[in-house]
Design a protein around this ligand. Structure first.
Ligand SMILES: [Ca+2]
Ligand SMILES: [Ca+2]
Length: 310
């Protein structure tokens, strides 16, 4: 259903993996959707992943806790047009007024397998994201509830400590991956409108740069050299990614929830993810501002440009 996750995992697996670490993509379940996915085991991951949608401008509904979605049709039941954030369900009161109330976790559909489990920042495994958000809702207004977030997809597991040297390597692979995601979207765009015209114009320049590194695994030395040589090529992808995530609300800051579509699938594969994004928040105010984000990826202060977030 949501090809972005498959695409994301493929790209993340292939492009972000350190050259020395083979990612056993064919042995890990690949999820199309964390709600109704069936694990695809022993099946080769699509070699040429289809780009159905932008992998990062995803339907963040799985993670987001604050999106209101408006349906087109209006029926008598006011709940049909009244949507509640994750963890809540709609009920009508005696005046037929719709209200959002916390969902009972026991009313969530049980997980069909381990692949539906999610790990919370409390280091507890929740059966499904529904169970997680219902639990979080019940804690609303408490300090514990405020601090609880969906940390990553999959059951909680031991994640190796990220060493300083590894942390330094992370943005090299990440920004190369961002660039490749954009170029792939551009190549496959045709009439799919995966990118806006403005975005296409920006990516065209990257695409036409024949000296760019092709997608694939490259040594860190080569990535660092390419970044230095083709620095300008990396500026837009870093801004673009920020714009994809900064949606609820669009305010120039990323919250933990806004970052989730990128973080949650990445953490089990890249053990430096958490530390990287923590340190991105240089002033520790819990928000990642565009300037902080750009600095994390090595974009110079003078090249941070709000107008590139398109
Ligand atoms: Ca925001
Ligand atoms: Ca900050």
């Amino acid at each position: 259903m949501r090809m972005w996750i498959v695409f994301f995992l493929c790209l993340a697996g292939h492009a972000m993996a350190a050259p020395t670490e083979e990612v056993p993509v064919t042995e890990e379940p690949v999820y199309e959707d964390i709600d109704d996915a069936v694990p695809v085991i022993d099946e080769p991951v699509v070699e040429e992943p289809e780009v159905g949608v932008n992998p990062v401008q995803v339907d963040v509904g799985e993670f987001d806790e604050a999106i209101e979605i408006i349906e087109e049709e209006v029926f008598d039941n006011p709940c049909l047009t009244h949507h509640c954030k994750k963890g809540k369900v709609c009920e009508v009161d005696e005046d037929n007024t719709p209200l959002c109330v916390c969902q009972d976790p026991t009313a969530c559909t049980a997980a069909e397998g381990e692949f539906e489990h999610v790990c919370g920042t409390d280091n507890k495994t929740y059966d499904t994201s529904c169970h997680f958000f219902a639990t979080k809702c019940a804690l609303e207004g408490t300090k514990k509830g405020h601090k609880l977030h969906l940390d990553y997809i999959g059951p909680c597991k031991h994640i190796d400590t990220c060493l300083d040297s590894e942390l330094n390597e992370f943005p090299l692979r990440m920004r190369d991956w961002l660039k490749n995601v954009l170029v792939t979207l551009y190549e496959r765009d045709e009439d799919n409108n995966l990118l806006t015209e403005k975005q296409k114009l920006r990516v065209k320049k990257i695409y036409e740069n024949e000296k760019r590194l092709q997608a694939g695994e490259h040594s860190l030395d080569l990535l660092a050299h390419d970044f230095e040589k083709n620095y300008n090529m990396y500026i837009f992808p870093v801004h673009w990614q920020f714009g994809q995530l900064d949606q609820h609300p669009v305010d120039g800051y990323l919250t933990h929830t806004e970052l989730s579509p990128l973080r949650a699938p990445l953490i089990p594969m890249e053990h430096c993810t958490t530390r990287f994004f923590e340190e991105c928040d240089a002033d520790s105010d819990k928000y990642i501002a565009l300037e902080e984000w750009a600095a994390c990826f090595g974009v110079k202060e003078q090249d941070v440009d709000k107008d590139l977030v398109i």
